[in-house]
Design a protein around this ligand. Structure first.
Ligand code: NAD
Length: 301
C-alpha cells in the first residue's frame, strides 16, 4: 500500500512498514494541497497538525484512500463521521500515550505546588528569591479530583495514590469495578469541586461550554490548583485568569489552550501558571508505542 505520513512518525515503525513492502511517504501538506495529495494514497497517518476536513475528504472521494490513522488520542482534527459516511475508516491509538499525559499532569501538579516553573524562570534572569518561593505545599495528604476518569485519568489516579494523595473522580460514565480495583471512588461533580485541593481535567473536548467555568470555580476550595492536559476549551480561560488574579485558584498547570499556538498571554505568562505547549503525549516511549499501534492497525487491514 501507499502510506502518507504527514506529521512524523517513529522511525522504527516507519522502517517496519517499509520492510512489510509498503511505500511510505513522509510529507506535510498545507490544507489547500491536502485533498489532492490524499488521492494518491491508501492510508494517511496524521498527528494533530494536519486537519482532515470534509472538503479534503470530498477531494479524495473515489480514490484508493480507505484509512485515516490519528497517531494519538483526540480525533477532533478529523471529520470522523463524514469520512466514515464516505467509506473511509478512521482509527486512533488510544492507549499509547496515557502514561505520558498522566505524568505531564503530575509534573504540573508538582510545579504548581512548589513554584518550579516560575522559580526556574526567575533564576534564568539572575533572580535568587528564596522568600518568594518558600510557601510551597506538599501533594501528600491532599485530595485530587479527577474530572474524566478514563485512560489518562486512571493512570494519574494510580500515581497520585502512590504519593499519598486521596483521589476522587467524576465521570459521566462509570466503569464497573474500577472503584474497588483502584481504590478511587466516583463522586458527584459538586462533591469533587468542594473537596479537592487539586483538580485535573481528563475529559475529551465537551460540547456545550467549558467543564471548568466561573460557576464551578466558585464552588471549589480557596487555593485550589487546576490542571488541564485534556483540551483547552474544557477550561474557561477568562474565568481561570480572574480566579488566579483573585487568589481563589492558587495555581494552574496547562498543557492545552483554547487557541493553539496559545494566544492568551495574560494567562500563560501569569506567575502562578505552569505551562507547556501541548506536549503531554510527546515522549520517546509514547511515540514508540504509537508507532507500534499504527503498524498493528495497518497489518490488521
Ligand atoms: P478516555 O476516553 O479514555 O477518557 C475520557 C473520559 O472522560 C471517559 O471516561 C469519558 O466517559 C469521560 N467524559 C466524557 N465527557 C465527560 C464529561 N462531560 N464530564 C466528565 N467526564 C467525561 O480518554 P483519555 O485517553 O483518557 O484522554 C482524555 C483527554 O486527554 C482527551 O481530551 C484527550 O484529547 C486528551 N489528550 C491530551 C493529550 C496531550 O498531549 N495533552 C494527549 C492525549 C490525550
Amino acid at each position: 500500500m501507499r502510506i502518507l505520513v504527514t506529521d512524523g512518525m517513529d522511525k522504527t515503525a516507519m522502517a517496519e512498514l517499509k520492510a512489510q513492502g509498503h511505500e511510505v511517504v513522509e510529507q506535510f501538506y498545507e490544507s489547500e494541497e491536502l485533498g489532492k495529495a490524499l488521492r494518491g494514497f491508501d492510508v494517511v497517518v496524521v498527528r494533530s497538525k494536519t486537519k482532515v476536513r470534509a472538503p479534503h475528504i470530498d477531494e479524495a472521494k473515489g480514490s484508493n484512500l480507505k484509512l485515516i490513522i490519528r497517531g494519538g488520542v483526540g480525533v477532533d482534527n478529523i471529520d470522523v463521521k463524514y469520512a466514515e459516511e464516505n467509506g473511509i475508516m478512521v482509527r486512533n491509538t488510544p492507549n499509547a500515550s496515557s502514561q505520558s499525559v498522566a505524568e505531564c499532569a503530575l509534573a504540573h501538579m508538582f510545579a504548581c505546588a512548589r513554584f518550579i516553573s516560575i522559580a526556574g524562570a526567575a533564576m534564568r534572569n539572575d533572580i535568587w528569591d528564596k522568600k518568594a518561593y518558600s510557601k510551597g505545599i506538599e501533594l501528600q495528604g491532599k485530595t485530587l479530583g479527577i474530572i474524566g476518569f478514563g485512560r489518562i485519568g486512571a493512570h494519574l489516579g494510580v500515581m497520585a495514590k502512590a504519593i499519598g494523595m486521596n483521589v476522587i473522580a467524576f465521570d459521566i460514565f462509570h466503569i464497573p469495578g474500577i472503584e474497588e480495583r483502584l481504590g478511587i471512588p466516583y463522586v458527584e461533580m459538586d462533591e469533587l469541586l468542594a473537596k479537592s485541593d487539586f483538580i485535573s481535567v481528563h475529559a475529551p473536548a465537551v460540547d456545550g461550554g467549558a467543564l471548568i467555568n466561573a460557576e464551578r470555580i466558585a464552588k471549589m476550595k480557596d487555593g485550589v490548583v487546576i490542571i488541564n492536559t485534556s483540551r483547552g476549551t474544557n477550561v474557561d480561560e477568562a474565568a481561570l485568569l480572574a480566579a488566579l488574579e483573585s487568589g481563589k485558584v492558587r495555581a494552574a498547570g496547562l498543557d492545552v489552550y483554547a487557541d493553539e499556538p496559545a494566544t492568551n498571554k495574560a494567562l500563560y505568562s501569569h506567575p502562578m501558571v505552569s505551562c507547556t505547549p501541548h506536549i503531554g503525549a510527546a515522549t520517546n516511549e509514547a511515540q514508540k508505542r504509537i508507532g507500534a499501534e499504527i503498524v498493528d492497525i495497518i497489518k490488521a487491514m
